[in-house]
Design a protein around this ligand. Structure first.
Ligand SMILES: Nc1ncnc2c1ncn2[C@@H]1O[C@H](COP(=O)(O)OP(=O)(O)O)[C@@H](O)[C@H]1O
Ligand SMILES: [Mg+2]
Length: 457
């Protein structure tokens, strides 16, 4: 059974904890820091709970230094919440606020173990044979419910010929999904043609899409077959369709309605049988409101919409994706990497991934190239922007402000935190305003103003 050591000068508290932990943990108790250190020398302790009114932060420091494997939980009052803040900075694992809420205590301790157990374990990269490659779906990784929906839409959509609109931020896999639809459709023995709309001016895009007749404009020395004709019997993927100009939109609408068009400078209608898949990373409704996108075209391509969620909302897929890319690029990068340190994984999980899966892929490739001679991916191997973005705990997280908000308003909560901080500084400064202002990195005038406003004496 795991053992909890309580440090509290009040012996009634020892009894309370024995009752609370009952059958779950063995409880030992000490009335002072010295007694606790004695016990720690002779007993194997899993968690120490320190009452701040009994011991100071010094005892916490001693325990942290001498017994690195022991978990520590601080017990303090809301008035001395700064102690908890300091304690967390010194490496305490959690804190509990007095008066104790009996139901909160055991979960706090339990949580410690579940997260600790997870933390200690390296995450192993699975082997190529274990990796459940979604070959059926073009190796698209997606365990999260939103992606499971996408897969079933892919199957349904692949059967028909309706136009498809794929939305999602850049790098979320829109092209990959378009290819999967084509691959699963009856058109899969015919071409899959990609046209990136933003890369070309309106006139060039027109001749790219629809082709031109010889002599139709100055440089048109030969007849050109456009992408629509090349895609005949297959699929055309129109990437970033919002960037297509209005005249080309009109022509595209006609293709969608009649499956026919004229080459630039041509007089004979050309008929095609093409599946159209369009993609956009901007909201087309906004573009319609601005007048840069035709509403009738939107409704025509919006028949089967597929939305791809950003990576930051697909936490459950992150490990699978990391795994997949480590295996995918190991040969190319001559990499031996087989494990991921939990700190590295945690950090990847906290990052907001503006470039989505494309960015993740690049990050993994870069790590394998630079550190592929090492077995384990470490936090230190991550690019600086990822480490920088998440290695600080926000005050909100560390103070558990959300809990305070359950019982008081935002203004009251902010004031009470301010009050605590100032009172604490005044105490440390022995009541000298100038010194307290120094601690708080503010001016004496501003401090005085706050003291008056908050009614601190
Ligand atoms: N779910 C996924 N599983 C595996 N690789 C993916 C996934 N989504 C995207 N990728 C990869 O990420 C990169 C960007 O995908 P892409 O389809 O070009 O995104 P988009 O068209 O939305 O910008 C590609 O290399 C692609 O293979
Ligand atoms: Mg793309």
């Amino acid at each position: 059974m795991r053992t909890v050591l309580i440090i509290d000068k009040e012996t009634e508290m020892h009894e309370s904890f024995r009752v609370i932990f009952g059958a779950s943990y063995r409880v030992l108790a000490a009335v002072s820091g010295d007694v606790a250190m004695e016990i720690l020398q002779h007993e194997s302790i899993d968690v120490v709970m320190l009452d701040m009114a009994t011991t100071g932060l010094e005892v916490l420091k001693d325990i942290r230094n001498a017994y690195t494997n022991v978990n520590t939980i601080i017990i303090t009052t809301i008035k001395n919440i700064n102690d908890a803040f300091e304690a967390i900075k010194m490496g305490a694992d959690d804190y509990i606020i007095k008066p104790l809420v009996v139901e909160d205590i055991q979960p706090t301790v339990d949580r410690l173990f579940s997260s600790k157990e997870m933390r200690r374990e390296m995450v192993s990269v699975c082997s190529e044979s274990e990796l459940e490659l979604n070959i059926e779906f073009n190796n698209i990784i997606g365990q999260c419910p939103a992606m499971q929906d996408v897969f079933s839409t892919i199957i349904r959509a692949a059967r028909g010929n309706l136009p498809i609109l794929i939305t999602g931020e850049s790098g979320t896999g829109k092209e990959l999904v378009a290819r999967a639809i084509h691959a699963k459709s009856q058109r899969n023995t015919h071409p899959f043609i990609v046209v990136s709309c933003p890369n070309l001016s309106d006139t060039l895009l027109e001749s790219e899409l629809f082709g031109h007749e010889k002599g139709s404009f100055t440089n048109a020395t030969d007849k050109k077959i456009g992408r629509f004709e090349q895609a005949h019997s297959g699929t055309i993927f129109l990437d970033e369709i919002s960037e297509m100009g209005l005249p080309n939109q009109a022509k595209l609408l006609r293709v969608l309605q009649e499956y026919e068009f004229l080459r630039v400078g041509g007089v004979k209608t050309v008929n095609v049988d093409v599946r159209i898949i369009a993609a956009t990373n901007i909201n087309l409704k906004t573009a319609i409101a601005k007048g840069t996108f035709r509403a009738d075209l939107f409704y025509r391509i919006h028949v089967v919409p597929i939305h791809l969620p950003p990576l930051r909302n697909r936490r459950e897929d992150l490990l699978h994706l990391v795994n997949y890319f480590i295996l995918k690029y190991q040969k190319e990068c001559h990499s031996k990497m087989k494990k991921i340190h939990p700190d590295a994984m945690e950090s990847l999980g906290k990052y907001h991934w503006p470039g989505n899966i494309r960015e993740l892929k690049n990050v993994i490739e870069r790590i394998l190239t630079l550190y592929g001679d090492q077995k384990t991916m470490l936090y230190e191997h991550l690019p600086e922007e990822i480490r920088r973005s998440n290695n600080h705990v926000t005050p909100l997280q560390s103070l558990n402000v959300m809990k305070l908000l359950e019982t008081s308003s935002m203004d009251e909560t902010v004031s009470s935190i301010e009050k605590e901080i100032i009172e604490n500084a005044l105490q440390k400064a022995g009541g000298v305003y100038a010194k307290a202002a120094q601690f708080l990195k503010t001016t004496k005038r501003r401090l005085k103003y706050k003291i008056d406003k908050l009614g601190i004496r």
